[in-house]
Design a protein around this ligand. Structure first.
Ligand code: GLN
Length: 244
């Protein structure tokens, strides 16, 4: 009697376990680091919504795939690990396509061109060219392309979990400069008039959405949403709404 009751409950327990461990087929989970306005940031009337250019693109990607978008906000340098452990389905986080990252993940077609820029305190006139970066103390976002680049110029690099913390370090005079992506840097500058933005001759970087290896179906679906949004003007409307 007791045994049969237990056996009868098994399918139910199994379903519960599966629901708890796995991801629902109807949900597409995007990972992001929401301290990178205008691409991803925390905002909205109650300050608890994750918004931005990448997020609007991600919403359309999910809609076209017939799924509900779930957003996981995490440290930038945790994103690829989360992707490859199956915690998230794709990354939308202003992530630059680099050969090093391509060794562990696949990228969509590039969807935005950016470059690195320098932020300094307004009274700092010591940086006119890339050569002037040698030996300076940099603050960067941990695991970013800036983090990697900075090490070419100096051994004084302090890396933070968010761009915001790097900017605070600069404002507090603890570092000489922040090396950061152009649009988020301009965004921080608008809120911190005591800073100055310096454009140097850095190479272009291209952002892509990342998926785990062997996820061809998802990758194709992301690329077709991007192509469709570029063709029907939706992409340009998002650029105008969020960026310029
Ligand atoms: N584009 C940079 C990179 O991929 C920074 C991205 C970010 O900080 N969100 O490393």
């Amino acid at each position: 009697m007791k045994k049969s009751t237990l056996l009868g409950a098994l399918p139910f327990v199994a379903t519960l376990l599966l629901a708890g461990c796995g991801k629902s087929q109807d949900v597409l989970v995007v990972g992001t680091n929401a301290s990178f306005a205008p691409f991803e940031y925390v905002g909205g009337p109650n300050g608890d919504e994750i918004k931005g250019f990448d997020i609007d693109l991600a919403k359309q990607i999910a809609e076209d795939a017939g799924k509900t978008l779930k957003i996981e906000n995490m440290n930038f340098d945790s994103l690829i690990v989360a992707l490859n452990s199956g915690k998230i389905d794709f990354i939308a986080s202003g992530m630059t396509i680099t050969p090093e990252r391509q060794a562990s993940v696949d990228f969509s077609e590039p969807y935005y061109e950016a470059t690195q820029v320098v932020l300094v305190n307004k009274n700092n006139n010591s940086i006119q060219s890339i050569d002037d970066l040698t030996g300076k103390h940099f603050a960067v976002q941990l695991g970013s392309t800036a983090d990697i680049m900075a090490k070419k110029y100096t051994d004084k690099v302090t890396a933070f979990n968010s761009g915001f913390e790097a900017i605070m370090e600069l404002k507090n005079g603890k570092v000489d400069l922040v090396l950061f992506d152009s649009e988020p840097a301009a965004n921080y500058l608008a809120k911190n008039p005591e800073l100055k933005l310096i454009s140097l001759d850095f190479p272009a970087e291209f952002y892509g959405f990342a998926v785990a290896k062997h996820q061809g179906e998802l990758l194709n679906s992301i690329n077709s949403t991007l192509a469709k949004m570029k063709a029907n003007g939706q992409y340009q409307a998002l650029v105008s709404a969020h960026i310029k």
